[in-house]
Design a protein around this ligand. Structure first.
Ligand SMILES: Nc1ncnc2c1ncn2[C@@H]1O[C@H](COP(=O)(O)OP(=O)(O)OP(=O)(O)O)[C@@H](O)[C@H]1O
Ligand SMILES: [Mg+2]
Length: 291
């Protein structure tokens, strides 16, 4: 059920879809109200990255954000992370306005952003130390989260000894360890090979099904978006607006080859095509991958 940018649609979140949701889970919704970003540069004219965006994200939703290169996906994620202050509009996690980075808003980027001077377990425990968690509990929780991503045995390795896929698993364990109420992921699997990516998609889904965190996940892969999310948002070419807001109700694990899955991929591609054409003609955009 597509909807246009002008009609803000509040869809039921994943948390509403199941009776088994534990209300004690730390999960919050996100509200984006007329949020716009224009970058002022010293050398060039101002860049309008985002036109006013309205979006209500329910607690426990898994949102996949797709759109042409340069349309403002990372900008929106950076606003939600508190790294960029919007030019206008306001954003909230639960009832709290987003004003600055907060450990309660977990962020995972494409390049892992681990601390190379710390070993694996200390990387995962880092945020817990900042939260004032005692050493014994910090290590226990770090190990539990490393176990969740299959890396318990690598806890005392140096980060530099890990492969790219392992580093990204450490980054995922680290973000879940602090039990944030929302998780923001910017192309977290973009640099990984197809097999590792598939494995991590599966692991992320398992963790999400257990924790029901609200996830906003930016990806260039339409297949990944349809595989993971319960709501796919397609953005227009810059300045970014919402072109499609579509609920995905397929059960997990989803079958890439099923007619339903293929139909949803096509729906998203159809919406992207026009925007991609604009991006290519204006800026020489990068396009979309089918992996
Ligand atoms: N700090 C900045 N200063 C000036 N312009 C910026 C800044 N950050 C982003 N932009 C511009 O804002 C627009 C949106 O950028 P953004 O990084 O959000 O795009 P994106 O959708 O994440 O693209 P990609 O898919 O390639 O990662 C681009 O035109 C970019 O050049
Ligand atoms: Mg980006």
């Amino acid at each position: 059920m597509p909807c246009s940018a002008s009609s803000t649609t509040v869809l039921r979140g994943a948390a509403d879809m199941t009776d088994t949701t534990d209300t004690t889970l730390n999960t919050k919704g996100i509200t984006i109200k007329r949020t716009a970003v224009t970058f002022n540069t010293d050398t060039d004219s101002p860049v309008e990255a985002l036109r006013p965006i309205d979006l209500d994200i329910a607690p426990g939703d898994f949102i996949a954000l797709v759109g042409p290169s340069g349309c403002g996906k990372s900008t929106l994620l950076n606003v939600l992370a508190g790294f960029i202050k919007p030019t206008s509009g306001s954003t909230f996690v639960g009832d709290e306005p987003i004003t600055k980075p907060d450990i309660d808003h977990g962020v995972v980027f494409q390049d892992y952003a681990l601390f190379p001077w710390l070993n694996v377990i200390d990387n995962v425990a880092f945020g817990l130390e900042r939260q004032g968690v005692g050493k014994q509990e910090r290590y226990a929780r770090a190990l539990e989260n490393l176990d969740m991503v299959g890396l318990k045995d690598s806890a005392y390795k140096k980060v530099t000894e890990l492969s790219g896929g392992m580093k990204q698993r450490v980054a995922i364990a680290r973000v879940f360890a602090t039990d944030p109420s929302i998780i923001l992921m910017d192309e977290p699997f973009g640099a990984l090979d197809a097999l590792t990516r598939r494995f991590l998609q599966h692991q992320l889904l398992e963790i999400w099904q257990k924790n029901r965190k609200t996830v906003v996940f930016v990806t260039h892969s339409v297949q990944e978006a349809v595989y993971l999310a319960n709501r796919v948002i397609v953005m227009t070419a810059r300045p970014g607006r919402i072109k499609l807001d579509h609920r995905i109700d397929l059960d997990h694990p989803r079958d890439f080859t099923s007619p339903e899955f293929r139909a949803l991929e096509k729906l998203v591609y159809d919406q992207l095509d026009e925007e991609l054409a604009k991006t290519f003609s204006l800026e020489g955009g990068q396009g979309y991958s089918s992996d």
